[in-house]
Design a protein around this ligand. Structure first.
Ligand SMILES: C[S@@+](CC[C@H](N)C(=O)[O-])C[C@H]1O[C@@H](n2cnc3c(N)ncnc32)[C@H](O)[C@@H]1O
Length: 438
């Protein structure tokens, strides 16, 4: 975006901070962070580095909110009585000082300057608090250090074990890299020709269907590799769910709860014949549009998978079920401010029904993959354990993966992929239906 002529750099940085503050305010009123930030960024006249600053601040403050509130608490008598934008400025200032390494004079003067314009009487308080705020002490409560509500850290503990749960929580405080799945061997060359830095996650893997970590200086949809359909934005953990199905040329796949069709796309790119079932027609339309960009074909069927769709059983079925998204807190940090145990339980009940129907669509000898981007036991290992009890004709197969992962703590089938190194957290299980007797 073009910079305004003669606009001083300091003013633009104030713009980035103001924008992050507005994004925080809207998220705390119930908005989703990604679309909120993206519409604010599109409307603002900020250049690349300022867009990056606004993004980093907005995501950082939401990811670390529990830590920031704990760091500010000893310095404020009644934080909730402050005007919301002043409290937001303190939280963002504390994020810059404690976690972003902004020099103290720059962070304090920027946030004090902003508050002076919006609530001049409180500028002195903001100045005094930001000069005194310090990182959390090592003996702060574990859930605060993990920047999670205590119940959610407890849920991660039950799924992953305490040590891995804490690591997972910290992993999701780090920034989100851009991950692209290469759908063509020409992808890397096209990306580098556009000036992007590209690093395959596993350099020894074939170039096609590899996860690429990409630093692009330009928006994704302006890159030739994207426009020519050579790449699909996708976290490697999501790719791993599709890969686990093991479907190849001429296999027939049902992609259940196919959403915007990211897994359908990579399955179709593997040569499989894919039928995608999804409740939300708008998501299926978005999937169809994306598949046109990629030059791939998938049949779409609108279906509520709480009931069994009329469709013959096939050899490969994947259910990527609706879930709490607690493995994606890096990219969707607002989830942790809202999700409740009651919602997790409700989702688990829905997942059980959907998995039961998914199993009925698997032909004898066929494979069923169950995936959720959540790190709770309720939505993962427990859902699959119930299915296996109901359907003794299914048995678990190993989840072979090179991604960091653990088996469910306290037993159970499948594996939890850990949200480390820019990956999303997932639960994956692979089940095979007994073949018919000869
Ligand atoms: C985790 S998302 C799927 C993401 C998708 N597999 C992908 O990789 O792009 C879960 C999907 O389940 C869909 N869904 C929710 N309830 C459903 C239902 N009762 N029947 C079918 N689909 C449902 C949601 O609309 C959402 O698109």
């Amino acid at each position: 975006m073009a910079k305004q002529p003669g606009r001083p750099r300091g003013a633009a940085q104030l713009g980035a901070r103001q924008l992050a503050l507005t994004a925080l305010e809207r998220v705390l009123h119930g908005a989703y962070l990604a679309p909120t930030l993206s519409s604010l960024l599109d409307a603002a006249e900020l250049e690349g580095p300022e867009r990056a600053l606004a993004t980093d601040l907005a995501y950082g403050v939401v990811r670390r909110l529990p830590q920031l509130d704990a760091a500010l608490a000893p310095l404020l008598t009644a934080p909730r009585k402050l005007p919301p934008r002043v409290l937001g400025a303190l939280r963002l200032g504390a994020f810059e000082l404690n976690h972003r390494g902004t020099p103290a004079y720059a962070a304090v003067s920027a946030w004090v300057g902003l508050v002076k314009r919006e609530a001049p009487k409180l500028a002195g308080l903001v100045n005094a608090v930001l000069r005194r705020v310090r990182p959390l002490p090592d003996d702060a409560p574990r859930a605060v250090r993990a920047a999670l509500p205590a119940w959610l850290l407890g849920a991660f503990d039950r799924a992953l074990g305490e040590e891995r749960a804490f690591e997972a929580a910290l992993g999701m405080l780090e920034p989100e890299p851009l991950w692209l799945t290469a759908l063509s061997e020409a992808a890397v060359e096209a990306l580098t020709a556009d000036g992007a830095e590209v690093a395959p996650l596993f350099p020894d893997q074939p170039a096609r269907l590899a996860s690429l970590r990409v630093r692009a200086g330009a928006p994704l949809d302006s890159l030739a590799a994207y426009r020519r359909g050579l790449v699909q934005p996708q976290n490697p953990s999501s790719l791993e769910a599709a890969r686990l199905l093991g479907a190849g040329p001429d296999d027939t796949v049902y992609d259940l709860a196919s959403g915007r069709g990211v897994k359908s796309a990579v399955l179709a790119a593997s040569g499989a014949e894919v039928t995608a079932f999804e409740l939300d027609a708008r998501r299926s339309q978005a999937a169809a549009q994306n598949l046109r960009r990629l030059g791939l074909e998938v049949e779409h069927r609108q279906a509520d998978l709480r009931a069994l769709p009329e469709a013959p059983p096939v050899s490969h079925v994947i259910l990527d079920a609706p879930c709490s998204g607690t493995g994606t807190l890096r990219g969707h940090p607002e989830i942790k401010l809202r999700v409740t145990q009651a919602q997790v339980d409700e989702l688990a009940a829905l997942q059980r029904v959907m998995l039961r129907n998914a199993a009925r669509l698997v032909a004898p000898g066929g494979v069923l993959v169950y995936a959720v981007c959540s790190l709770t036991r309720e939505e993962g290992a427990e859902v699959v354990a119930d299915l296996l009890e109901e359907r003794p004709d299914f048995r678990p197969e190993p989840v072979d993966t090179r991604l960091p992962s653990v088996p469910p703590a306290n037993g159970g089938v499948g594996r939890y992929l850990l949200p480390l190194g820019g990956l999303d957290g997932f639960y994956l299980a692979r089940l095979r239906r007994r073949p018919l007797p000869e």
